[in-house]
Design a protein around this ligand. Structure first.
Ligand code: DAH
Length: 339
């Protein structure tokens, strides 16, 4: 019997299984009720008493070893992932999903990077603001419709606490605390009391730029705009300035770029005009400089502001604004390679 046990012990060391079936037949051979070890256990009953102690111990060790061996083989099977029984040690343990940047963040970063290359630095301000920073300091007349509850979300009645309707409020925040030269770019979220539809939302995002120094002229503004448009939409892009009105700039203008879809030939996207509007701009109104404690006889400046959603639509043709805030991963995943 000792010989048999030793033979089986040696056999166990050399066991191999190349398929689930082979493994199962090994289990049956050694560990099942009719297996070799069970039959030794049966023979054990007839063994002389003086031998029982030693043989019993050996039999238990054999059984333990057989169990461990079969388990080891089973585990190594479960680790085998490819059909050729090769274990890919470089594979991650589970599928690893990397998040993607939001399209608005991608475009905001692109805009800020272009201005950073011109020496602008980022400035931020609060979203919950007061009337002074959003309207009064920026030369809005007392009866300007933007001050109406219809357009602006008021947080506290009578106390003039409101959600900013544009990032121009950051201009005031910075000019109040800093003397020129000032060269800032201010990205941020803004709020307006609009019914939500595919083309309007009650919150959206803007980027504002402000440059105040001695001898800043409209020509500087135009040159900056041209550089910006070409960097963002490609070197063939043309710009066009149309006179406009904003209380905080004089003169004011709106800038169009040649339609980036049809290259200016005219298409449904640009309503066959060849041009699409992208931002508002102008020379900072002397009243705004005065309101912020900057001497308007010494300094001049330009400002510009644009909606990030608008630029993103132009770059990626997102037709429905609401997609930006719905967090639908099927939409967001499409921007995986854009950053
Ligand atoms: N604040 C304006 C708006 O929300 C955008 C704007 C226009 C900003 C002209 C400017 C500017 O700085 O000069 O519509």
């Amino acid at each position: 019997m000792i010989n048999q046990i030793n033979r089986l012990l040696a056999e166990l060391d050399t066991l191999k299984a190349n398929s689930q079936e082979e493994l199962e037949s090994l289990r049956v051979k050694y560990l099942s009720k009719k297996g070799e070890i069970s039959s030794l256990m049966n023979d054990f009953r007839d063994v002389a008493v003086e031998e029982k102690k030693e043989l019993g111990k050996m039999l238990n060790e054999l059984k333990e070893k057989a169990r461990n061996k079969i388990n080891d083989l089973k585990e190594s099977f479960e680790n085998i992932i490819s059909e050729d029984n090769v274990i890919d040690l470089t594979r991650t343990a589970y599928p690893y999903h990397v998040g993607t940047r939001h399209p608005l963040s991608i475009v905001r970063k692109e805009i800020c990077d272009i201005f950073a290359r011109l020496g602008f630095s980022i400035a931020e301000g609060p979203e919950v603001e007061d009337d002074w920073h959003v309207f009064s300091s920026l030369n809005f007349a007392d009866d300007h419709p933007a001050r109406d509850m219809q357009d602006t979300f008021f947080v506290m009645h009578g106390a003039d606490i409101l959600l900013r309707t544009h990032t121009s409020s950051v201009q005031t925040r910075v000019m109040e605390k800093t003397q020129p030269p000032i060269r800032i770019i201010c990205p941020g979220r803004v709020y307006r009391n609009e019914a939500i539809s595919y083309r309007a939302h009650c919150f959206f995002h803007q980027v504002e730029a402000l440059y105040v120094d001695k001898n800043v002229s409209f020509a500087d503004l135009r040159q900056t705009l041209m550089f910006f448009a070409k960097e963002l939409f490609g070197q063939d892009t043309k710009i066009r300035l149309r006179p406009s009105y904003f209380p905080f700039t004089e003169p004011s203008a709106e800038m169009d770029i040649s339609c980036n879809l049809c290259g200016g030939k005219g298409c449904p996207f640009c309503k066959h005009t060849g041009w699409v509007e992208i931002l508002g701009c102008g020379m900072v109104h002397p009243n705004v400089l005065k309101n912020c404690g900057i001497d308007s006889n010494v300094y001049t400046g330009y400002a510009l502001g644009m909606g990030i959603e608008r630029i993103t639509n132009l770059k990626y043709q997102v037709k429905d604004l609401r997609l930006f805030s719905e967090n639908d991963v099927r939409f967001l995943k499409q921007f995986e390679s854009a950053h």
